[in-house]
Design a protein. Structure first.
Length: 224
């Protein structure tokens, strides 16, 4: 008899966890930086600015290219958002093994969900364009729960669990916002070594770590 899977719900971060969005995020941020006469930031550097939403990413980009102030941000942020919405899935692609890993979890009866600090409308649009939206029971963005309620706050994780019908839950992500949200919500986390790490994998203080999606299924079993 097949052993029951230990988790009923598995939630995922989006940028740097399910999808490598660095190319399109870099293009949007550099469009905004150039719009206010700032130099571009290399894609490899942009990967380390992601994780707390578009506004924080842009603030970090402005700081790196000459300093940030509210007046610049007020001009640059709308430019970034408009560009990104129009070019959201040009270079973005799934991380290796991701779809097979989702298939394996779905086959075990696991309910899948996304909790991201990307604005909800962008997350939904991106997942629809790349053909993955139907895989997830719910998609929760950084603005879904209201101001101040994005990861690492526990609110979006609690909402994800409620929308998925409850049950034992784990969360997978690549940033301290992800592992912090899981910890604050009282659930275990898995850190991914292939994401947009701003530091080391150990810095995430996750309950377990993986370096490839092929490891996720068995990692969840061990964690459970």
């Amino acid at each position: 008899m097949t052993q029951a899977f230990p988790f009923q719900i598995v939630g995922f971060d989006l940028d740097g966890t399910l999808l490598d969005t660095s190319g399109d995020l870099a293009a949007a941020m550099n469009h905004a930086l150039n719009h206010v006469d700032r130099p571009s930031v290399p894609v490899d550097e942009v990967r380390h600015l992601v994780g707390r939403g578009a506004k924080v990413m842009l603030e970090r980009g402005l700081e790196r290219t000459g300093g940030m102030d509210d007046a610049l941000l007020a001009v640059a942020l709308p430019a970034l958002l408009t560009y990104y919405e129009a070019n959201i899935c040009v270079e973005t692609h799934a991380f290796d093994g991701m779809e097979a890993a989702l298939d394996r979890l779905t086959a075990r009866g696991v309910t899948l969900a996304v909790v991201t600090n990307k604005y909800e409308r962008f997350a939904v649009k991106l997942l629809n364009e790349i053909g993955l939206a139907s895989r997830f029971a719910t998609i929760i963005g950084g603005d879904t729960m209201g101001p101040g309620k994005a990861k690492p706050d526990a609110a979006p994780i609690h909402e994800m669990i409620a929308r998925c019908g409850g049950g034992r839950t784990a969360f997978v992500g690549d940033s301290t916002a992800d592992t912090g949200a899981a910890r604050n919500a009282g659930i275990p986390s898995i850190g991914v070594g292939f994401g947009f790490l701003n530091g080391t994998l150990a810095d995430l203080q996750a309950d377990a770590t993986i370096d490839h999606f092929d490891e996720l299924h068995d990692c969840l079993i061990r964690l459970g």
